[in-house]
Design a protein around this ligand. Structure first.
Ligand code: CA
Length: 381
């Protein structure tokens, strides 16, 4: 019995159906090779599947500096994965409000988030240690603690109950002390000062007589302009100039004692992470590390140019905090750390790790970074 005889026993409709199935199989084969996403739609193996994620952020869309971190991440990941992983970035308020990012990623409203860990102290008190604490690590030092000093493991442990995996997501370097509309000559001048200040810095300010307020970046300009707050810290010259804070604040204080190296974060929903094949996980992990360093490089390159623009073109008055103000704030900081460690079990684990690493790295930096910068400044042509 040959095949034409056997086919002739079936109705034309069945033959048409078989031909259609053959065409479909061929089409899927072609789509898998040409079109990202095609494989995932029909449940192909992990190595060829593609993923399309959303990332919600605490920044306005395309916000210079901090807000470019997530955009860069998205571009890097898409290029490295050849489109198998795309991440669409949403600014604050587009999907969830700025301070809704943590919950949104925890509940998988979005697969990823970008923000700063210290925005979540109400849920995770120890999170302050994973952004920046007053008189704590510089950018170089916190990277060392996170990647080589046990910091990342502690951070993951702190976020595990929320189904979140954190990754470093950029760093501003040493920030500025902030924008003030009154002169700060002594600790007394902090009394009654309503100032935007997140994290432990806010608690320290409160002990020094001020009133700390937490506001997202997009609300600072109007809040300072309308007198809702008397002062605000934000980032540094490059970001502050972009936000226009010189238009509403008169005195620009340094140094940024409250944030000597603010590290930002990516958060990833754990289930979404587990669905990725290992090569895409590796791409994501390395992309966060690239963005973490790249942001610091950009700030380092642009801060002084922006500072000169603020001073020379906009008449901003640059002022240094008096030493007795800094001393008082540092004393309060050590009290706040100790209380935090006493009140919160996770902070009781994180603080000793932070403190031991800070002590040893600061000891070395006194005879390396600090001694070198001092020596460079000895000769002034
Ligand atoms: Ca800040």
């Amino acid at each position: 019995m040959n095949s034409s005889r056997s086919l002739s026993r079936y109705s034309p409709l069945v033959i048409l159906g078989l031909l259609a199935a053959l065409v479909l199989v061929c089409a899927l084969w072609v789509m898998e090779r040409l079109g990202p996403g095609a494989a995932a739609q029909r449940g192909a193996t992990a190595s060829t599947a593609s993923f399309h994620w959303k990332m919600v952020t605490t920044w306005p869309k395309n916000f210079p500096g901090l807000g470019l971190g997530p955009e860069n991440f998205s571009r890097i990941v898409e290029a490295m994965s050849n489109g198998r992983l795309t991440v669409r970035v949403y600014g604050a308020g587009e999907v969830v409000p700025a301070f809704g990012v943590f919950d949104a990623v925890s509940r998988r409203v979005a697969e990823m988030g970008h923000g700063a860990a210290y925005y979540w102290t109400g849920k995770v008190p120890s999170s302050v240690f994973f952004t920046s604490v007053p008189f704590g690590f510089t950018a170089q030092e916190i990277n060392a603690w996170i990647y080589y000093g046990g910091g990342l493991e502690l951070w993951r442990e702190a976020y595990a109950p929320f189904g979140l995996i954190p990754f470093p997501g950029g760093n501003s370097g040493v920030q500025m002390g902030g924008w003030f509309n009154r002169v700060i000559n002594s600790v007394e001048d902090l009394r009654g000062l309503k100032m935007r200040m997140p994290g432990i810095g806010g608690e320290i300010l409160n002990r020094a007589g001020g009133t700390a307020v937490v506001l997202p970046g997009g609300e600072l300009y109007t809040s300072l302009q309308t007198g809702v707050i008397d002062a605000t810290e934000w980032v540094g010259p490059y970001n502050d100039l972009a936000l226009g804070l010189h238009e509403v604040g008169r005195y620009y204080y340094y140094p940024g004692w409250q944030e000597p190296g603010a590290m930002l974060e990516f958060t990833i929903n754990r289930d979404a992470w587990n669905e990725l094949p290992s090569d895409l996980q590796a791409i994501v992990a390395h992309a966060t590390r690239a963005v973490n360093q790249d942001m610091l490089d950009e700030f380092t390159a642009r801060n002084n140019t922006a500072l000169q623009t603020l001073i020379n073109d906009h008449g901003v008055e640059l002022r240094k905090f008096p030493d007795d103000v800094l001393r008082k704030l540092q004393l309060s900081a050590t009290e706040v750390y100790a209380e935090l460690a006493a009140d919160d079990p996770m902070s009781a684990k994180v603080y000793p790790s932070f403190k031991a690493f800070l002590d040893q790295v600061a000891q070395y930096h006194r005879i390396s970074e600090q001694a070198y910068i001092n020596s460079r400044n000895l000769y002034q042509p």
